[in-house]
Design a protein around this ligand. Structure first.
Ligand code: NAD
Length: 480
């Protein structure tokens, strides 16, 4: 059933596929059954991967012009699309996401490669007016070896945005995918080689976070670290980056609000209010887990969202219903723990788990919770499951205070037909992205993305990522 055309127990170092001493089981979250084994990379595998990446930067890969790098990335994007159905199937089975979502993730991966392939030779320096007799200018150069540690929730998308941008700037990457979902990363590395990516430009070592991940983030040969995952691990990574004095991009969690004013166009807002909470079973860093609604429309919004929740169906990834299972039994336990905190609030509606969903899968009914204040634990902490809290507010001032009143600051949306108000609030909201009368904007490969506060720092996606994955050099020439 798993359409693998390669051995998933192999790792890629310097263009060579080889096995590690130990392996790890891969669970299918839709059934709870083991469906494959992957390698359990060690610190010495990471050592070799970093050395191979360094050799690539100093060798063939480092010699390519920006245009040639761009062409390789474009070929990788095209080959991803040629293999779209197999990749989508692997991602659906590995992560438990409905096939339609997995297919969208493949398209997003291809789109990142197209975007960064096209941008590779368009990153310019500047000339700087300086003293008489001098010409001064800036160059954008690769950092060298970049380390990429990615989570399990959107493996293909996150690899596309971080590895894609790093390669476009001429870095060589060492990728440590999540132990729960490494299969599409391995498939992607095969596709990259087939597309002509030189040996060592991309090295991949799956394994445990505390082993391969920790070895990668602590490695003195790494020149830039890109981490997407939880706040706690992000803090460890930042400490490692500090020890080696290297730049780090942290894409961490969120508690993103959508603010709905009395004058909102609800017909337009409703699908996005709900979908932004339940997509990928709520296991999305930018999930809109808080819906703040002005008092005049509060009951109506709760009722209309509840009607949508009541119609949501949960089932195995390949049944392609609205939601799949959560990634693991552990994640399900965490989410159930959060739902118990709703005992002083109102459960406005829940979706249905399909009767055919195996009892051994990690299914949870999407839950809409009404009431409470911005101070409630459910309004403060990231649930990372299919649950949204609908909170009432009266004034614009109060909406801003609730929206900004968490440790996070990733994404926010404002729904109002009062244009000046939306523009005014966009400036006041503490978030890396603000959407006015929309949310998520179709994935937004082109839109710089990242957080403030505990959501992290640094920007990925869009052109901005290329600045993060490069170092600026200033040249001042005296010529008299
Ligand atoms: P996690 O932090 O446990 O794991 C993420 C990655 O870090 C995995 O590859 C893991 O193996 C690795 N890791 C774990 N311990 C490590 C260590 N000690 N040293 C080095 N690497 C280590 O997070 P998760 O549970 O896989 O993902 C869920 C979290 O990720 C949520 O909080 C979510 O909000 C966040 N996330 C953020 C974004 C974003 O772009 N902001 C995107 C997706 C997920």
């Amino acid at each position: 059933m798993l359409p693998l055309w390669f051995d998933p127990t192999e790792i890629l170092i310097g263009g060579q596929w080889r096995k590690t001493r130990e392996t790890l089981p891969v669970e299918n979250p839709s059934t709870g059954a083991e469906m494959a084994q992957i390698s359990r990379g060690s610190a010495s595998d990471i050592d070799e991967a970093v050395a191979a990446a360094r050799a690539a930067v100093d060798g063939d890969w480092g010699q390519l012009s920006a245009t040639e790098r761009g062409r390789v990335l474009a070929r990788m994007g095209a080959l991803v699309l040629d293999n779209a159905e197999a990749l989508a199937m692997i991602e659906a089975l590995d992560v438990g996401k409905p096939l339609a979502q997995a297919r969208a993730d493949v398209v997003a991966l291809a789109r990142y490669l197209e975007f960064y392939g096209g941008a590779a030779d368009k990153v310019m320096g500047e000339t700087i007016p300086y003293l008489n007799g001098y010409t001064a200018y800036t160059l954008r150069e690769p950092h060298g070896v970049t380390g990429h540690i990615v989570p399990w929730n959107y493996p293909m998308q996150i690899i596309g945005r971080s590895v894609g941008a790093a390669l476009a700037m001429g870095n060589a990457a060492v990728l440590k995918p999540a132990e729960e979902a490494s299969l599409t990363a391995l498939a992607f590395a095969r596709i990259a080689a087939e597309a002509g990516l030189p040996a060592g430009a991309l090295n991949i070592v799956p394994g445990l976070g505390e082993e391969a991940g920790a070895a990668l983030s602590a490695h003195p040969g790494i020149n830039h670290l890109s981490f997407t995952g939880s706040v706690g691990v992000g803090q460890l990574i930042q400490a490692q980056a500090a020890a080696n004095v290297v730049p780090v991009t942290l894409e961490l969690g969120g508690k993103s609000p959508q603010i709905v004013f009395d004058d909102a166009n609800l017909d337009r807002a409703l699908p996005l209010l709900v979908n932004a909470g339940i997509q990928n079973a709520g296991q999305t860093c930018s999930a809109a887990s808080r819906i703040l609604v002005q008092r005049g429309r509060y009951d109506e919004v709760v009722a209309r969202m509840a009607a949508r929740y009541g119609a949501l169906r949960v089932g195995p990834a390949l049944s392609d219903l609205d939601l799949g299972p959560l990634i693991s039994a552990r994640q399900k336990q965490i989410v159930e723990g959060y739902l118990r905190l709703a005992s002083d609030l109102t459960i406005a509606a829940q979706g249905q788990i399909h009767p055919d969903a195996p009892a051994t899968g990690h299914y949870i009914a999407p839950t809409l919770i009404a009431g409470g204040s911005g101070a409630h634990r459910l309004a403060q902490e990231e649930i990372f499951g299919p649950a949204q809290l609908v909170i009432p507010f009266d004034t614009e001032e109060e909406a801003v205070a609730i929206a900004n009143g968490t440790d996070y600051g990733l994404v926010a949306a404002i729904w109002s037909q009062d244009g000046p108000r939306t523009m005014r609030l966009a400036r006041r909201l503490r978030a890396g992205q603000v959407f006015l009368n929309n949310y998520g904007a179709g994935g937004g490969v082109e839109l710089p993305f990242g957080g403030t506060g505990k959501s992290g720092h640094g920007r990925e996606k869009g052109f901005e990522a290329l600045y993060g994955f490069s170092a600026l050099k200033t040249v001042a020439a005296w010529h008299g």
